[in-house]
Design a binder for this molecule. Structure first.
Ligand code: SAH
Length: 237
């Protein structure tokens, strides 16, 4: 059991940030149950001078500091990843659910969290890191991004989410955003739940939800909508 457990290895200057939010609710329960494991590596332990220096000024000038290749390289060696390690960075390929699914299917994930201006490019090249971005915005560090990525993977692990349905209907599973949800009360401050959802007509409800999912995707994410349409055309051909 222990050897087959999905493991997240995190290289960080702030190991005390973990498990953080991953210690709660779904991911936290799964961690307690041993459905996955978390191993942090404190990058600072791999600094070689007496001040435990991990960063230095960029060659070529400019503001900020850069994480040193030697320090990060030693930390990566020590972490001993069985899979291609990931560096979280706004310069990476944007993360999507397909990639999350693949990462959750791997035996482990190794994530390097950057700080300051980022990491010396040479260590990224030499260790062949896969560069992954959470989106077109800049965080102050890779740790919140690592927590997000691990959370997305953990909820896909076998046994973490009880009912299979709660995964199959979701946003992106079919290339569409999810339909809207409603629960009690039926009338909230004069806002009513759509009648059809109370009708008990399963087929009609299914169609209503699909139409809503399509409309919302078309409105909010023309990029996803185009891809979805192309796929459907290809199936029909
Ligand atoms: N100078 C860099 C930003 C550094 S932000 C640039 O302009 O590209 C500091 C660290 O936060 C990064 O090394 C990275 O690990 C993390 N980070 C910031 N934004 C991120 C994002 N959108 N996705 C993933 N990680 C991010």
């Amino acid at each position: 059991m222990t050897s087959s457990r999905w493991t997240a290895k995190v290289l960080t200057l702030f190991p005390e940030m973990f498990p953080g939010p991953l210690g709660f609710s779904l991911a936290g329960r799964a961690l307690d149950q041993g459905l996955w494991a978390l191993e942090t590596t404190d990058i600072r332990e791999f600094a070689s001078d007496k001040h435990a220096t991990v960063d230095d000024a960029p060659f070529g000038g400019g503001p900020g500091m850069v994480m040193r290749a030697d320090v990060v390289g030693n930390a990566l060696d020590a972490a001993g990843s069985k899979t291609r390690p990931i560096y979280l960075t706004p310069r990476g390929r944007p993360l999507d659910q397909d990639r999350v699914r693949a990462l959750a299917a791997d035996p482990e994930i190794t994530i390097l969290c950057g700080r300051f201006e980022g990491v010396d490019e040479r260590v990224l090249d030499a260790h062949g890191l896969e560069q992954v971005s959470l989106g077109d915005f800049v965080l102050s560090g890779g740790e919140p991004a690592a927590i997000t990525l691990i959370d997305a993977c953990v909820r896909l692990l076998p046994g973490v989410i009880g009912k299979e349905e709660s995964l199959t209907d979701e946003s992106f599973e079919e290339g569409l955003l999810e339909y809207p949800h409603y629960t009690r009360p039926v009338d909230w401050q004069g806002h009513k739940v759509p009648d059809l959802l109370l009708s008990g007509h399963h087929e009609k409800i299914k169609n209503w939800r699909r139409e809503a999912a399509e409309r919302i995707t078309q409105e909010r994410r023309p990029d996803l909508w185009n891809r979805y349409q192309e796929r459907h055309m290809a199936i029909k051909d």
